[in-house]
Structure formats: structure tokens, C-alpha cells
Design a protein around this ligand. Structure first.
Ligand SMILES: Cc1cc2nc3c(=O)[nH]c(=O)nc-3n(C[C@H](O)[C@H](O)[C@H](O)COP(=O)(O)OP(=O)(O)OC[C@H]3O[C@@H](n4cnc5c(N)ncnc54)[C@H](O)[C@@H]3O)c2cc1C
Length: 470
């Protein structure tokens, strides 16, 4: 924490100057227009790449803007390495672009998932697949049922993202950090990004915000709420003898639980299965340490979280090597380049999805995307207060409680795909995005091999009023 204290000291030396100035007014400036396209997508994570590729495949010219040096968002830079929340029993509910990722990753040997014949609950299947993380985490059955879920490699995710973006003709601009919307008469007409070459403007007819924190929508006049949830600095260990580790824990469950309890105490917050196997032999994914009370949109809070997490990882590592069979020769392969932020600002759009909608599996007539067994209405991608803007991904229009249960990578990708199709439809018809009929988005999703949730599954709740009203 010394670096933070030092920074505080520097501020203290200038206290007088700092105290006197609480805000500065920037001079107005001319910003060069560096690109123009029909659809602009801001944020190149799972939702953003899906939106950009879907819009391009639907015939629109597309510019995709990403602040970092690679695509993938939390799935690559945040090293979130299991695709889940995509099946309703044996029915696979999230299809489309996510399925293309899986197919391409499998061709590269960088994805692993249980075959259909092994997706059920039994001690044998748990022993075989539990440590891959490919189980139904919502289930209360013991052992948890093995289900369709996919463990993948983060660099493979970047590679496939590049392939998809390139194949679909998207104009990609990395190292471009969104800073300002261009809004004309309540309608989005472009965005400004900060770059090493100074500010740059990109003009367009429809903007899709996939930044995860509604950076664009929140500065464009859309309504939102600001909340927080766990943040996690994920890391990977290499040099692990996973066969030995699994053999030991299966033969000695009580002793392993006791060792893991001590490790988790040092980590300060972790799921029961704090390490999972990955497609790279000897490399395990550690979805921890979890930290509470940090604000993922505040740089000071994020700086403190980064320091705290790294200290916890370092102290747990010694104990892991010393006490956990199979981990004697392990070493820290890498720590995610970006801390995992689950929730910050959430859109409060034309419809706000509630916890009850998710838990009762409420079906909406304007459903355009699905998660495991829940449905996302088109209205939850539409901000109030600004036109020609769509929002897709983990910051979609939901209550904080609902978002916690519906923000995994596959549903975010489905929302992105739907938003991309809707954006392209608005451009070709000349309609406002809010006037695009959901039925056309549903048809576009089906054409692109995705399930929009227009046909409810047997366990959905059908609310006549909502069905008729939307
Ligand atoms: C620790 C952790 C564990 C998780 N575990 C799982 C799991 O096991 N399985 C699962 O499916 N999901 C999991 N999730 C959830 C999942 O990772 C996210 O909800 C999902 O990645 C959201 O996708 P997104 O595209 O909406 O946002 P993000 O992945 O956050 O992508 C946003 C993108 O926008 C870019 N961006 C942001 N701001 C700007 C800006 N101003 N200008 C330009 N670009 C910008 C970012 O760099 C990033 O590329 C986990 C999340 C966390 C944090």
C-alpha cells in the first residue's frame, strides 16, 4: 500500500492548490473525425464483439472501439474462463455467436466441455468434470449435475474474436477509450475517444454501448442506477499436477476441505472450488480472491483493490505450495490484466428486468435473447431519454439483484447479437432503434443461428398481460 500512501503525500504537499480547485472547465476544441460508419459499437468484450459481428453480418458498416490492446473484455483480459448459464436442463438455450466461438476454440484445441452422454448428476461424473467447472451452479442437487458449459483459454478467446471481427469486415480501432458522446437533438450521432494521438471522433447513425459500465449511456442522458458487487482479481497457477491433486481430494475429502479452508482464509474470499482445470495441462484457473466494498467505476477504489488482491494472492501461494498435494511445484503463471468487475452502473431503460422475472422465468413477447432459463425483452436494451442508442451486456436494464443472476458471458453475447441486428435493422429501415419491431430482431437472430427466446420453454411463466402489452 506504500505507493498509495506516497501518492496521498504528494497531494498533501499541494493541499492549498487542490482545496481551492474542485472542478476545471475545459476549453472547447475541434476533434478530427477519423471514421464514419452506420453502426458504432463501444467496448470490445463478449457483448461488443457479438454486436459488431451481428450488425456487420446484417449488412451495416460497423466501427468497433476498444480501450485496451485486445478484444474479449472479462473473458480474456479478466481471465473469466468458463462459459456457463447457457442451458435449461438438457436444452441449450444460448446459441449463435457463442456457439461459433466454441466451435473455433475447439478446432484450436483451446476449449473443453462434457459430451452430452456425461451431462447428469452422479459421483462419477462429478469426479470427472467437477474440477472443470462445467456444472449447473444453480442446482441444489448433490453432487451438482454436470451440464453443457465450456472451459476455454483466454488467449484463444482473443484470437477467435480477431478472426470473427476480421471475417465480418468490422472496422476495429483498439487503444480508443470512449470519453464523450455526440448527441444532436436527443439523438446519438457519434462518439469521441481518447487516444495516444489525442481525441478522435467517430460518426454514426446508431451507437451500441457494450462497455459493461454504460460509459456511453450514462453520459448521454440515459437513466441508470449505480451499485456494486464483488470484484475479483483472477490468477492462474502453472506446474500443477492436477491428476495428483484430484486423486488426493477424492481419496481424502475431509483433509482436503481442511487445507482449502486455510487457503481460502488467506485469500479472504473464494468459491468452494477455488481452482479449476483449464485446456492447458498443468495450468489451473483461480477465480479469487473476491473483495467486497470496492467501486468498479472509481479509479482510487480500483487501485486499492488491485493492491489488496495481489497481497492476498502472494500470501496464499506459499501455503498452497506447502500444504496442497499436487501443488508442490506450482508457480504464479499470471494475474489478470484487468480486475474482474461484476457490476457498476446499470441502465434503467424502457423495461427494468427484476429478480422475480429471472427466478420465475418470465417470458416476454419481445424477448430477443436468452440466458439459462430466463428471457431478455428488447425493451431492456433501450435507454429512456436518448435516441439511436442500444445497450447490451452486463450493464443492461435490470435491478442490481436481477443483474447478479443474469450477467454471465453467454447471455451477454446473446444480448449483443440482438442489439447488433436491431441496430442494422434501424439503419436499413430509417426507423429509430426504439421503433424496430422485436419480431424482426427475433427473425434476424434465428437467421443468424441464435435463439431469441420467442418460443417459451415448457418451464417459462407466461404472463398474458405482458405478452399482449409488449
Ligand atoms: C471474477 C468474475 C468471474 C466471473 N465468472 C463467470 C463465469 O465463470 N462464467 C461466465 O459466463 N461469466 C462469468 N462472469 C461474468 C462475465 O465475465 C461478465 O458479465 C461478461 O464478461 C460481461 O460481458 P460484457 O461484454 O458485457 O462486458 P465486459 O466483459 O466487461 O467487456 C466490456 C468491454 O468494453 C471495454 N470498455 C470499457 N469501457 C470502455 C471505454 N470507455 N472505451 C472503450 N472500451 C471500453 C472493456 O475494455 C471491455 O473490453 C464473471 C465475472 C467476473 C468479474
Amino acid at each position: 500500500m506504500n505507493a498509495i500512501t506516497d501518492a496521498d503525500d504528494v497531494v498533501d504537499e499541494n493541499t492549498e492548490a487542490v482545496a481551492a480547485v474542485t472542478a476545471v472547465t475545459l476549453p472547447s476544441r475541434d476533434v478530427p473525425v477519423v471514421a464514419e460508419s452506420e453502426v458504432i459499437v463501444v467496448g470490445g468484450g463478449p457483448a461488443g464483439v457479438s454486436a459488431a459481428v451481428a450488425a456487420a453480418r446484417s449488412g451495416a458498416s460497423v466501427t468497433l472501439l476498444e480501450r485496451y490492446s485486445s478484444l474479449g473484455g472479462l473473458a480474456s483480459g479478466g481471465m473469466v474462463l468458463v462459459l456457463d448459464d447457457m442451458c435449461n436442463g438438457s436444452e441449450i438455450t444460448v446459441t449463435g455467436i457463442v456457439a461459433e466461438y466454441v466451435e473455433r476454440l475447439e478446432k484450436y484445441g483451446l476449449a473443453v466441455s462434457p459430451p452430452e452422454s456425461e451431462r447428469f448428476s452422479s459421483p462419477e461424473m462429478w469426479a470427472k468434470w467437477g474440477r472443470w467447472g462445467t456444472f449447473d451452479f444453480q442446482s441444489h442437487v448433490t453432487p451438482k449435475p454436470i451440464c453443457y458449459a465450456v472451459s476455454f483459454d483466454p488467449d484463444g478467446w482473443k484470437r477467435v474474436s480477431n478472426d470473427l471481427v476480421q471475417d465480418s469486415g468490422v472496422n476495429l480501432r483498439l487503444h480508443s477509450w470512449f470519453s464523450q458522446p455526440i448527441v444532436t437533438d436527443g439523438r446519438m450521432t457519434g462518439v469521441v475517444v481518447e487516444t495516444k494521438s489525442g481525441p478522435q471522433a467517430i460518426r454514426g447513425e446508431v451507437v451500441i454501448d457494450t462497455t459493461g459500465d454504460i460509459d456511453v449511456a450514462s453520459r448521454s442522458g440515459a437513466e441508470f442506477v449505480h451499485d456494486k458487487y464483488l470484484v475479483t482479481l483472477v490468477f492462474r497457477l502453472a506446474g500443477v499436477d492436477t491428476d495428483a491433486a484430484e486423486a488426493y481430494e477424492q481419496a481424502n475429502p475431509r483433509e482436503t476441505r481442511a487445507i482449502n479452508r486455510k487457503i481460502k482464509r488467506l485469500l479472504g474470499g473464494a468459491w468452494e472450488l477455488w481452482w479449476l482445470k483449464t485446456p492447458s495441462p498443468g495450468v489451473v484457473w483461480c477465480n479469487c480472491p473476491h473483495l467486497t466494498g470496492f467501486d468498479g467505476a472509481d479509479p482510487v477504489s480500483l487501485t486499492m483493490a488491485e493492491f489488496e488482491a495481489r497481497e492476498r494472492i502472494a500470501s496464499a501461494l506459499e501455503l498452497i505450495r506447502q500444504d496442497l498435494p499436487g501443488f508442490e511445484n506450482c508457480y504464479l503463471l499470471d494475474v489478470a490484466q484487468q480486475i474482474g468487475v461484476r457490476q457498476t452502473r446499470l441502465l434503467q431503460g424502457e423495461y427494468v428486468v427484476t429478480k422475480e422475472d429471472i427466478t420465475t422465468r418470465r417470458h416476454f413477447a419481445d424477448s430477443v435473447a436468452r440466458g439459462r432459463d430466463y428471457y431478455t425483452p428488447y425493451r431492456a436494451l433501450l435507454p429512456r431519454g436518448v435516441d439511436q442508442l442500444l445497450v447490451a451486456g452486463r450493464h443492461y436494464s435490470a435491478s442490481p439483484q436481477a443483474q447478479r443472476m443474469s450477467r454471465e458471458i453467454p447471455p451477454c453475447m446473446a444480448m449483443g447479437q440482438a442489439a447488433g441486428i436491431a441496430g442494422a435493422l434501424a439503419v436499413s429501415s430509417g426507423d429509430l432503434v426504439r421503433d424496430v419491431p422485436a419480431s424482426l430482431v427475433q427473425a434476424g437472430m434465428r437467421e443468424q443461428g441464435a435463439d431469441p427466446g420467442d418460443v417459451p420453454s415448457a418451464n417459462a411463466t407466461i404472463d398474458e398481460e405482458l405478452e399482449l402489452g409488449s
